[in-house]
Design a protein around this ligand. Structure first.
Ligand code: NAP
Ligand code: G3P
Length: 329
């Protein structure tokens, strides 16, 4: 029986705990609030995320003691929003992760450092990249809860690690494939959130499907330029780990980033949109990180720049989308 630590109490951590535990793994599940742990132990349900899912407590061991959860595991799956990773892992030191294989299920960057989560973990815990992987692909937690057919890609530097984790995920409704492109997949996952957020802004302003299709088409080119600059290697960006992930986030009713953007387009402030959502739109933080990173790379990224000006320089959304409108072909 594989022993896995899932770190995080939100939607994606809940969905991954469901998949992994129902496949037979023993899952130590870290949630930051003791009350959420107690609720799980009492009711078998997560109180605030995917609360329809019932867990088998012989397989799932909820706890708010991070060190204990990590110590008992062979695999550590990170599933807190990127902005809270440093805080969540604060109590761990190098030795705690020494013999672990660490999988990031996070699609964001560490905001204070503007680095990928896997790069942060590798450096902070002196972990060789061969022990790291990322869960990617177009997959919403809400559809996992409903057991709708989904596809995941495990990106890694080591094919054996990627394949081993795929085996832990595969079931009746989840297909998982390994891929040797950890950085490319992770950067694309960060970028797709920015694009979806911008799609949401346009939607909130009243733009329709015709405009969004052109926005997404232009976004594919923008992502290609960016990923090529930051991590040049041959990759097929039409694969579901890249394009599929962009499409699901840009078009789905479940998308946090699109929903957040739509509120901004309708005139909400960042603060009020965040408060009303009760979930985290990674794209908000990613817009700033990518903007900072691009000061060195100097890639032509009009969509990411428009999102930055709207969210961080308070330029009116209508003005920025109007400018984009003229640039698109
Ligand atoms: N949701 C999906 O379908 C999905 C799919 C693929 C990847 N992901 C990725 O998974 C990662 C986690 O996102 P999610 O969707 O699971 O999150 P979520 O459902 O939006 O939940 C937000 C999470 O952030 C935590 N949080 C909020 N404020 C916090 C703070 N100040 N300090 C520490 N934690 C805080 C919440 O903890 P409390 O509840 O305790 O406040 C909760 O666990 C993200 O990188 C996301 O891109 C999500
Ligand atoms: O679609 P979002 O914005 O909720 O992001 C969640 C995942 O990244 C979808 O694969």
């Amino acid at each position: 029986m594989s022993k896995i630590a899932v770190i995080g109490g939100g939607s994606w951590a809940t969905a991954l705990t469901k998949i992994l535990s129902e496949n037979g793994a023993q899952v130590g599940w870290w949630l930051r609030h003791k009350e959420d742990v107690q609720h799980l132990l009492r009711t078998r349900h997560n109180a605030r995320y995917l609360s329809s899912v019932a867990f088998d407590l012989d397989k799932v061991l909820p706890s708010s003691d991070l060190e204990e959860v990590v110590e008992a595991a062979e695999w550590v799956v990170l599933a807190v929003p990127a902005a809270f990773v440093q805080n969540a892992l604060e109590k761990l030191d190098r030795d705690d992760l020494k013999h672990k294989r660490v999988i990031s299920a996070i699609k964001g960057m560490i905001p204070s450092k503007n680095v990928l989560v896997t790069d942060y973990v590798a450096e902070r815990f002196r972990l060789p990249h061969e022990r790291l992987g990322i869960v990617a692909g177009p997959c919403h937690a809400e559809e996992v809860a409903l057991e709708k057919q989904s596809y995941l890609t495990i990106g890694a530097w080591d094919m054996a690690l990627a394949e081993d984790f795929c085996q832990l995920l595969r079931n009746r409704y989840v297909k998982a494939s390994p891929m040797l492109d950890l950085d490319g997949i992770e950067y694309c996952a960060v970028m797709k959130n920015i694009i979806a957020l911008t799609c949401g802004i346009a939607h909130g302003l009243g733009y329709g499907d015709n405009f969004q299709a052109v926005l997404v088409s232009n976004a594919v080119q923008e992502i290609r330029r960016f990923v090529h600059a930051v991590n040049p290697q041959p990759r097929d960006l039409s694969a579901s780990a890249y394009l599929g992930d962009l499409l699901v986030t840009a078009y789905s009713q479940f998308s946090r980033n699109r929903t957040f953007g739509s509120m901004i387009g309708r005139g909400y402030s960042v603060k009020s949109a965040q408060l009303e959502m009760n979930m985290v739109a990674e794209g908000y933080y990613a817009v700033k990180s990518i903007h900072e990173l691009n000061k060195k790379l100097l890639v032509n990224m009009p969509i990411a720049l428009a999102a930055y000006r709207i969210l961080y320089e308070k330029v009116a959304p209508a003005v920025e989308i109007e400018l984009l409108k003229e640039k698109f072909r």
